[in-house]
Design a protein around this ligand. Sequence first.
Ligand code: THU
Length: 136
Amino acid sequence: MITATQTRRLVSAARKASARAYAPYSNFHVGSAVLSKSGRIYSGCNVENASYGLTCCAERNAIFGAVSAGERKLRLRCVVVYTPTDIPTAPCGACRQVINEFGPDAQVISVCQGKGRIVSNIRNLLPESFGPQDLA
Ligand code: THU
């Protein structure tokens, strides 16, 4: 489990990242922040494209950013998703698969501008998953 302070830092980073979203098509601004086992926090926002299918979600951008920053054996402890909405948003299926790749026991917390919060983990969000162990 992670501390309340770490959770607050993650929520703050995810909220700030949502303000950087490039979402002219959906106008749905998402921010994500991930905590690695190394103790570092990485954030990302959704980046859309005129060719809609090329859009990449905030969660994947945060995780890919962590790898790109040099986390060679990235192990995710927690993934936070922030949306400036009344209700929280759980990660999409593609992001769940990517979270599972780097954090098969990661906590996943969805927060929003409103009061609601979803506290879960990737085992619950992606049961019977396919992952690196299946290729070993
Ligand atoms: N999106 C995310 O960034 N994360 C999610 O968990 C759900 C959806 C983005 C993708 C797209 O830019 C917009 O939200 C609407 O689907």
